[in-house]
Design a protein around this ligand. Structure first.
Ligand code: WTA
Length: 645
């Protein structure tokens, strides 16, 4: 029998959705999604109301995803302006800097003022509706302000994680044809300085589409400045007019682009549109975290990921919620940092990733016990499967045994949540991402494309559209269709494996494509291999994920060196450094194993399934090895793995 944690009665009593409501509303929402989403759309302030809810078809020959298409609205009006009359003096953002004691409060009034001024600055620099603005900022309030300023004038933001290298930033600028970059002089993380402007300069050097770089002053460090191209944020804002008329946008006009890794080398820019995304992100945020007026919310994700887009920025802003924003890392200056912030700001709802919990769990309960976490009411998890051990620690030690955990399953592509135990309605099972969200129809599909009813294991697919889903991959609609809609015609395919149990709970079992999930970050193995192979000593490489105690999966690279090059520790380090420089620190291989040759079939295809097993220390049942061009290669790889242990 599996472990079940019922919804606490006092929690259910004041929840937006309790079990009876879920059991009544969920079937109705999937029987008539148009009616459900029509009602949800009333959550937004529309400039011109829509007449048709949706026009959707998951047909690879004729893909259509359109929601609220003839309605018009402006995202910043919904996220900022409409809260002003009541909340001008109330904090929108409670910001904690990397260094303890460095904090700031941004009220809704200040947020609005800055958004309007920056929007005017951007217009003055020639940015107009439909232009792409790339944002390369740390977790500081200016990241929110920059995103809102873009959408106020109809510009499309493309936020790039500030831990990415200059080269990664450059490729994302180029792919989007961005006209302007917003960055900071330097960032701070765990007591270290991150040279953002230097990276930005390097990235922009080969990108003629960028006309201006707006630079936020975060540090006192002197940074290079190119007059004419570069603009100081604080100077420009001070000179700007305080009101900017919001631009009326069509519901299907792009709101933002966000890049994620896929199974080919090139990151894909998922395009999200305005009306549907805001309806899904805004209403689901409130429901899944059971937010009530006055609750303090904190999502620890970096602004560069979709988790932050939907549930740190758009979700809370659309609802007028006060949220905590933290620039640093959970382990600095010590591993009680997060818990001290929860205590200080009396956080009620806390949303984080399993990888962080696993690393903090290793420090024991001491750092937690020093702080009063009694204000917590709901806990959330996202980004990767949460193992039951981490789940129990989260529930007992962080949540004091009283807080439901919403294990939220979704993706950059889906825009907002698809599966989760709604906290007042669905009892928790550790390691299970719960049940479908309203309006969402999950399908478990076998390898032949057959839909499995009842308990079973297969590919995680969804039937029928939902408003938050991405509409295309920028510049590559064919790839969008072939990746998500062609594998199982009529369905959206996530790239994940799933298991559905006898109670209808879903357990995500991990990626089934060439993507690995390292500390909740998606990395494409092909992208990693091309970064490794760019080192001049490398002839060939193959990357797989392997079980890692803290990261969930670690990066395991098999590397074949060019003839005559000696395999040294220095070279190992150099290869890791070159991956760091090409992609970013998150992609640096955890293990490099030298491989004089890689196991290939006679057609030259690398047999990854064998490499994955060896990396996981599983040396048996390699399956059919008769297709191997040289069976001796496998023995060699196994012997080396055993010797390295
Ligand atoms: C994984 C993050 C298990 C999954 C919102 C998915 C999860 C990928 C969960 C998307 C979860 C996300 N349980 N696995 N609760 N949430 N994943 O695009 O493999 O950064 O496909 O979006 O993370 O990662 P992305």
């Amino acid at each position: 029998m599996s472990e079940l944690y019922p919804v606490p009665a006092d929690f259910a009593a004041r929840a937006h959705v309790d079990a009876a409501a879920y059991d009544r509303l969920y079937p109705a929402s999937v029987a008539d999604p148009q009616a459900y989403w029509r009602e949800q759309a009333a959550f937004l302030d529309w400039m011109r109301p829509f007449t048709q809810v949706s026009d959707t078809r998951f047909d690879p020959e004729d893909l259509r995803i359109r929601w609220f298409a003839d309605g018009t609205l402006n995202a910043s009006v919904n996220c900022v302006d409409r809260h002003l009359p009541a909340k001008a003096d109330i904090p929108a953002i409670l910001w904690e800097g990397d260094r303890p004691g460095d904090s700031r409060t941004v009220t809704w009034g200040e947020l609005s003022d800055k958004v309007n001024r920056l929007a005017n600055v951007l217009s003055g620099l020639g940015i107009a509706k439909g232009d792409v603005v790339t944002i390369y900022l740390p977790v500081i309030p200016e990241a929110f302000i920059a995103m809102m300023a873009c959408v106020r004038i109809g510009a499309v933001h493309s936020v790039v994680f500030s831990g990415f290298s200059a080269e990664s930033l450059a490729s994302r600028i180029e792919d989007a044809g961005a006209k302007l970059l917003i960055t900071a002089d330097e960032g701070y993380r765990g007591g270290r300085t991150v040279p953002l402007k230097r990276n930005a300069d390097e990235a922009v050097a080969g990108q003629p589409s960028i006309r201006h770089v707006v630079v936020v002053r975060r540090s006192d460090g002197a940074v290079p400045f190119t007059p004419g191209r570069d603009v100081w944020y604080h100077e420009a804002l001070a000179a700007a007019a305080p009101w900017c008329e919001p631009v009326e946008m069509g519901a299907e006009d792009p709101l933002f682009i966000l890049y994620t890794s896929g199974s080919t080398g090139k990151p894909k820019g998922l395009v999200h549109t305005t009306g549907g995304y805001l309806v899904h992100a805004g209403t689901s945020w409130r429901t899944i975290f059971d937010w009530h007026e006055g609750d303090i919310f904190w999502c620890t994700a970096d602004v560069g990921w979709v988790t932050a887009h939907s549930y740190k920025i758009y979700g809370p802003l659309l609802n007028g919620a006060t949220s905590v924003m933290f620039e640093g890392v959970p382990s600095w200056p010590d591993s009680s940092r997060w818990w001290s912030i929860i205590e200080r700001h009396r956080v009620n709802i806390f949303y984080t990733a399993p990888t962080a919990l696993r690393s903090l769990m290793r420090e024991g309960d001491g750092p937690v016990r020093r702080h009063d976490l009694s204000t917590l009411r709901v806990l959330g998890s996202v980004g990767e499967p949460i193992n039951p051990e981490a789940w129990r620690w989260y529930h007992t030690v962080i949540g004091g045994g009283r807080c439901p955990i919403v294990d939220t399953y979704w993706q950059t592509e889906t825009g907002a949540v698809l599966l989760t135990p709604i906290p007042g309605a669905v009892a928790n099972k550790p390691g299970r991402a719960g049940k479908p969200y309203f309006g969402i129809t999950p399908r478990v599909v076998d390898a032949q494309g057959g839909v499995i009813d009842g308990p079973g294991e297969g590919n995680m697919c969804f039937e029928g559209s939902w408003p938050g889903q991405a509409r295309t991959i920028l510049g590559d609609h064919d790839r969008f269709i072939s990746t998500y809609f062609a594998p199982f015609p009529g369905l959206f395919f996530t790239g994940d494996g799933v298991l559905r149990d006898e109670d209808g709970y879903y357990c995500i079992t991990g990626r089934v494509d060439d993507v690995i999930n390292v500390s909740g970050h998606r990395l494409g193995t092909v992208e990693l291999e091309s970064a490794i192979s760019s080192h001049p000593a490398v002839a060939e490489s193959a990357v797989v994920g392997y079980p890692h105690e803290v990261k969930g999966q670690g990066v395991f690279a098999y590397v074949t060196l060019k003839d005559g090059i000696p395999a040294t520790e220095d070279l190992r380090r150099e290869i890791k450094d070159s991956v760091r420089a090409r992609i970013g620190a998150i992609a640096s291989p955890d293990i490099i194993q030298w491989a004089p040759a890689l196991p290939k079939n006679r057609a030259g295809k690398i047999l990854r399934r064998i490499l994955t097993k060896v990396a996981a220390d599983d040396f048996q049942n390699f399956g059919d090895t008769s297709t191997l061009a040289d069976p001796g290669v496998v023995d060699d790889i196994v012997q080396r793995r055993k010797a390295d242990k």
